[in-house]
Each structure stands twice: as structure tokens, then as C-alpha cells.
Design a protein around this ligand. Structure first.
Ligand code: ZN
Length: 365
């Protein structure tokens, strides 16, 4: 048995958000072309990890669908029923820009179920680390509504499942280029779940994920947003990790680290304006593994979220997977077009965000 678990399921590839162009559904002045979030791209990602040999380092596991009880650790029963009904009808919008097909509710239950199982496996010590290559993504899904491709909040369900397994303090790190409003909302007043998001400032949802949102009530200080300016690259992400995420984690002392490991902050992604490479995701993932070793017995679970470059996403997933398996970064033939860009070095306007948080966030003052 390997130390590392890999969860994926064929039916996760059968969900799709319907006909569209880019990220916009077909409608007035929109001719059908291709939605960014088409799931054959994710199959290519798993194919590359397999072809590279890295997948051989993992136990490959097939998840069970999340139960109603697991989903309702985060979502209302009414929300779950709405997703099921939209899917059973064969299509439609289950929330806000959350289009489904016949297979979507099953795929979404499998995605959340993978997180639940991965967490149980890591908490029990069966595996040291786990990766869930699942769709649909989850971090925009709020307790009461589906949103922006996300039906059930996979990572939030994972955090709550960890608490049913006897853990109390869970840290969720989200490096998807968009802000994980759904995760933040689920734990906004919860002092036992620290939500840290590194995202592109002001991208999506509009107005969400500002630097001054730090939680509320008993949860004051348990939300930490790092809204980096567009154009941020490798060094800005590593500085945010080293100078913000690490000290915040040390102050919070989690018993498990969950990562919403989207790869849409890459320099080739059509949905964001950041510059990360496969080396960035390898470095961040290695950083999380080291932090987990220092703080919580090595327990960490990574869950795929966004990623919309059909040609680059596989290499980014390989970068993440290689680091989880303790292997060196992959040889990446796409990096030459990104590495030399001036924005890869930490810029003063990016550093100001990091310095502000170090001087003002409740976990660091
Ligand atoms: Zn995203």
C-alpha cells in the first residue's frame, strides 16, 4: 500500500455545463463553441500523470457518492434537492451560472464523496496525503446555492467530515485564481476552520475576498484573504505562502490541512490574469506538505478546483501530483514562455498586500 491516495471517477468526466462559448452559456449573440470547463481536459490531466509514471506512486481509489448526511454537513436539504431536480430534468441552471446535465448530480456527489473518503483515509492514518482529481468543482457553492460551475462544496464537506472524525481545527488553503466565496461563507463565524485564500484581486465573484474580510463573531480572525493584483507570478505566490500562509498556520495550529488546489492561476489560463507555472504549483504543494509535517502529523488533502487551459492544465496537475508524491518538478515544455516574464519576480504593489496582512491580520499581530 502506498502512503499516498489518488481519487478519481469516470462519471466526474460525464458532467458538463452544456453548450456555451468560453464561460458563457449559449444565448443572445453567443454561438456555441466550447465551454472552458469541459471535462475531457481533466481526463487528459490524469492521462499525463499516468504516462509520466507519477501515478504509480499512489493508491488509486474510486470514491463512493457523498450521502445526504455528508452533504448536509454544509448544505441545506433544499439545496441538495434543487441540484438533484435540475439534473434529473436533464439540464438547466441549478443556481447561478451552475448549469448541469443528466449526470451532474451524480458527478457532484462523487466529487464530494472523494473528499470525504480522502479525509477519512488521512485522519485514520491509512494514507499520509491524498489528491482528488474531481469535477464539478466546489469552492463557489454556498450552503444554500450552487454557483459558477460549483454544485456541492467538496472541500467544505471534507472539512466538516474531518470534524466528525474527531479533529477540531482544520485549515483550508485555496489557491484557485477565483475567491472561494462558498468555503468562506460556510466557515465565516467558525473559529475552528481557518480559510486562507490566495486569489486574483476583484476577479470573481465581484467584490468577494477582500483583504478586510477576516471572519465574524466567534470566527473573527479565521478568514484570511490574500487578494494579489493581476499579473502576479511565481515569486508573489511563494512570498504569499512563506510570509502569510506559514505564519498564519503556525498561529492557528491545524490538525489537518485541506487545499482547494485549482490551477487556473497559471499564465496560460483563459479565466485569470496570473502567471503561475507548474513549478509554482509544485513549490506550493511541497510547502503545504512540509507545513503539514511540522504542524499536523503530515496530514494534508488536495482537491482539484478550477483549471481551464486545455493544453497546460495537465502539466499543472502533474506538478501538483509530483510534489504530493515527493518527486521533483516535471520537465515542463510550456514553461519557457512564462519563466522570463518580468511579472514572475515579486513587484512592490504585490508585496504591499503581503505586508498589509502581516501588519493587520488578527493571526499575525
Ligand atoms: Zn477558479
Amino acid at each position: 500500500m502506498s502512503t499516498f491516495a489518488w481519487y478519481s471517477h469516470e462519471l466526474c468526466h460525464w458532467h458538463d455545463p452544456g453548450p456555451g462559448s468560453g464561460y458563457v452559456p449559449v444565448g443572445p449573440w453567443v454561438e456555441p463553441l466550447r465551454q472552458h470547463a469541459v471535462d475531457p481536459d481533466l481526463r487528459r490531466a490524469e492521462g499525463l500523470v499516468r504516462a509520466s509514471g507519477v501515478l504509480d506512486s499512489f493508491d488509486r481509489l474510486t470514491p463512493e457518492p457523498a450521502s445526504d448526511a455528508e452533504l448536509e454537513l454544509v448544505h441545506t436539504a433544499r439545496h441538495v434537492a434543487r441540484v438533484e431536480a435540475a439534473s434529473a430534468a436533464g439540464g438547466g441552471d441549478a443556481g447561478v451560472y451552475a448549469h448541469v446535465n443528466y449526470h451532474s448530480s451524480r458527478a457532484a456527489r462523487l466529487a464530494a464523496g472523494a473528499c470525504a473518503e480522502a479525509v477519512r483515509g488521512v485522519v485514520s492514518g491509512r494514507h499520509a496525503r491524498a489528491y482528488c482529481l474531481v469535477r464539478p468543482p466546489g469552492h463557489h457553492a454556498e450552503p444554500e446555492r450552487a454557483m459558477a460551475l460549483c454544485l456541492f462544496n467538496n472541500v467544505a464537506v471534507g472539512a466538516r467530515v474531518a470534524q466528525t472524525q474527531g479533529l477540531r481545527r482544520v485549515m483550508v488553503l485555496d489557491w484557485d485564481v477565483h475567491h472561494g466565496n462558498g468555503i468562506q461563507k460556510a466557515f465565516h463565524e467558525d473559529p475552528d476552520v481557518l480559510y486562507v485564500s490566495i486569489h486574483q484581486e476583484g476577479l470573481f465573484p465581484p467584490g468577494s475576498g477582500t483583504i478586510t474580510e477576516t471572519g465574524a463573531g466567534d470566527g473573527e480572525g479565521s478568514t484570511l484573504n490574500v487578494p494579489l493584483p493581476p499579473g502576479s507570478g511565481h515569486d508573489a505566490y511563494l512570498a504569499a505562502f512563506t510570509d502569510v500562509v506559514v505564519p498564519a498556520a503556525r498561529a492557528f495550529r491545524p490538525e489537518l490541512i485541506l487545499v482547494a488546489a485549482g490551477v487556473d492561476a497559471s499564465g496560460h489560463d483563459p479565466m485569470g490574469r496570473m502567471l503561475c507555472t507548474s513549478l509554482t504549483f509544485h513549490s506550493l504543494t511541497t510547502g503545504v506538505c512540509d507545513l503539514a509535517a511540522e504542524l499536523c502529523g503530515g496530514r494534508c488533502v488536495f482537491v482539484h478546483e478550477g483549471g481551464y487551459s486545455p493544453w497546460y492544465q495537465p502539466m499543472l496537475v502533474l506538478g501538483t501530483a509530483s510534489a504530493i508524491a515527493g518527486m521533483p518538478p516535471p520537465e515542463d515544455p510550456f514553461r519557457h514562455s512564462l519563466d522570463h516574464l518580468p511579472g514572475q519576480r515579486l513587484q512592490p504593489h504585490q508585496k504591499r498586500v503581503i505586508d498589509f496582512l502581516r501588519g493587520h491580520h488578527p493571526l499575525m499581530v
